[in-house]
Design a protein. Structure first.
Length: 135
């Protein structure tokens, strides 16, 4: 969950990029709160990067923005990471308004995690993204 995706200005950022004829590809990595907090601690220990105390809050804000990301991105890669030392698993890709599920188990985990923050299902996100093809 990148901090840039937690801003209320994400929608405007994407609109401005489209106005300049950019094709937007969004990489989304979802993880449970405990994994994100532990990862932030690890980054601080290993890389001496700044640790932010609001990691959990930013996760909640991120999930509030997910519908906007799905609505405004041209292409996406959605990943699930279930442990600090685990590599992210590619759950789904999207391009040209169509979604391809790569790992259903990861999708199920993402949906459970999203529902802890907002009332949103995988089907909702799928409909938001694929509605781009409808006249």
């Amino acid at each position: 969950n990148g901090t840039t995706a937690t801003s209320p200005f994400v929608s405007l950022l994407y609109d401005n990029a489209h106005e300049e004829d950019y094709d937007i590809t969004t990489f989304i990595v979802c993880a449970p709160d405990d994994v994100r907090v532990k990862s932030a601690h690890k980054r601080f220990e290993v890389e001496q990067t700044r640790y932010t105390h609001d990691t959990k809050e930013k996760g909640a804000m991120f999930y509030e923005r997910v519908p906007t990301l799905f609505k405004k991105t041209d292409n996406f890669k959605l990943y699930w990471r279930n442990a600090v030392n685990a590599a992210p698993v590619l759950a789904a890709t999207g391009g040209h308004g169509k979604i391809r599920v790569m790992n259903q188990e990861a999708i199920n985990d993402i949906e459970k995690d999203i529902k802890q923050h907002v009332d949103l299902s995988w089907n909702d996100l799928n409909n938001i993204y694929t509605s781009k093809l409808k006249p």
